[in-house]
Design a protein around this ligand. Structure first.
Ligand code: UT7
Length: 322
């Protein structure tokens, strides 16, 4: 039996050159390398150069994913870009990426689900490919959170970094066990105030800064992420034990450990980049996947479970076979 599936043809990631270590942050706010490492696992994060925009990061990640897939940009007929830090309020950052890649067909638009954005974008692109609305998609998560972080707030400025990750998806008639097998998305807007930006075009006419009640988000994270992972597995007809690699949103090492403990997942099946990348919001999942694929750990044919939770609150999971 063959079915139409979104098959993963390639992945790519890009991190800006500048690395910001914990010691440098500790010189600015009342914190320490020891506190940050113990409470988050983060040792460093990358920061976009002056003038380097979210679209610049996205374009580089997209080019790398296209090269990995050996696909010409001219074949792309859908770009779904997840970001909470667009270049401008409008048009979509995806439109800039489309033009820069020389793509002149199909649709390009942004998705806003903060740190869960890539999972939401992947689910959206998958549905469009399976419905025959496009043939070859670029799904991108790209962020410059350094622009919206309050660098005087030690509770948040230690966590975030800039970066982009991309995936090329191609619609193929194949066995049901390949490509995107199941996605699961949830939002609970009642938790708006736990994680938000205190600016925006309609409410304040400013860009604003990120505000978070970290420990309250933390408490929500382990439970919702674990639930989403189990649900994606149930929808895909597999069990957690069948999954070869877990590619989580990289928010905090303690969240990754908590989920692993709850679901009895061995740490050596988890791709972890939080120490080097920090939390890159919508970019973190595709960046981590590209690290795992490009260093040869995640191999063709293996079952991969991605997950994320972010502002909204939003959360979700995606089960794919490479
Ligand atoms: O990706 C989107 C989703 N976001 C997340 O998943 C983030 C989830 N939250 C977290 O990762 C953690 O809650 C944090 C890392 C943000 C904070 O860790 P925590 O263990 O939850 O600490 P806390 O907020 O409960 O604060 C404990 C103490 C407080 O001091 P008092 O009130 O006990 O005296 C804070 O003021 O730690 C203090 N603190 C710090 N101390 C040194 C908070 N930030 C810092 C800091 N350095 N950077």
């Amino acid at each position: 039996m063959t079915v139409r599936r979104s098959v993963i043809a390639g992945v790519g990631g890009y991190l800006p050159e500048r690395v910001l270590g914990n010691a440098e942050i500790a010189a600015r706010v009342d914190t320490s390398d020891a506190w940050i490492v113990e409470r988050t696992g983060i040792r460093q994060r990358h920061i976009a150069a002056d003038g380097q925009k979210t679209s610049d990061l996205a374009i580089e990640a997209a080019r790398r994913a296209l090269a990995h897939a050996r696909i010409d940009a001219g074949e792309i007929d859908l770009i779904v870009l997840a970001t909470a830090t667009p270049d401008l309020t409008f048009p979509a950052t995806a439109a800039r990426v489309q033009a820069a890649l020389g793509v002149t067909q199909g649709a390009a638009f942004d998705i806003q689900a903060v740190c869960s954005g890539f999972v939401f974008a992947l689910a959206t692109a998958d549905n469009m490919l399976v419905r025959g609305q496009a043939k070859t998609a670029l799904v991108i998560g790209a962020e410059t959170f350094s622009r919206i972080v309050d660098w005087t707030d030690r509770g948040t400025c230690i966590l975030f970094g800039d970066g982009a990750g991309a995936m090329v998806l191609r619609a193929e008639d194949t066995t049901p066990e390949r490509g995107v097998i199941a996605t699961f998305l949830r939002t609970d807007g009642r938790h708006h105030d736990l994680l938000y930006v205190d600016g925006g075009p309609s409410q304040t006419q400013t860009v604003g800064h990120l505000r978070m009640i970290g420990n309250a988000v933390f408490r929500q994270a382990v439970e919702h992420i674990s639930g989403a992972m189990l649900e994606a597995c149930r929808l895909g007809g597999v069990s957690i034990e069948d999954v070869d690699w877990f590619v989580p949103h990289q928010a905090n090492q303690r969240i990754l450990d908590g989920v692993a403990r709850r679901l009895s997942i061995s740490p050596d099946k988890i791709i972890t980049t939080v120490a080097e990348h920090g939390n890159t919001s919508a970019a973190s999942v595709p960046l981590a996947l590209s690290v795992g694929v490009l260093d040869g750990r995640v191999k063709p044919g293996q079952l991969v479970l991605m997950e994320a939770l972010g502002g909204g609150l939003t959360w979700g999971a995606a089960l794919v076979r490479l």
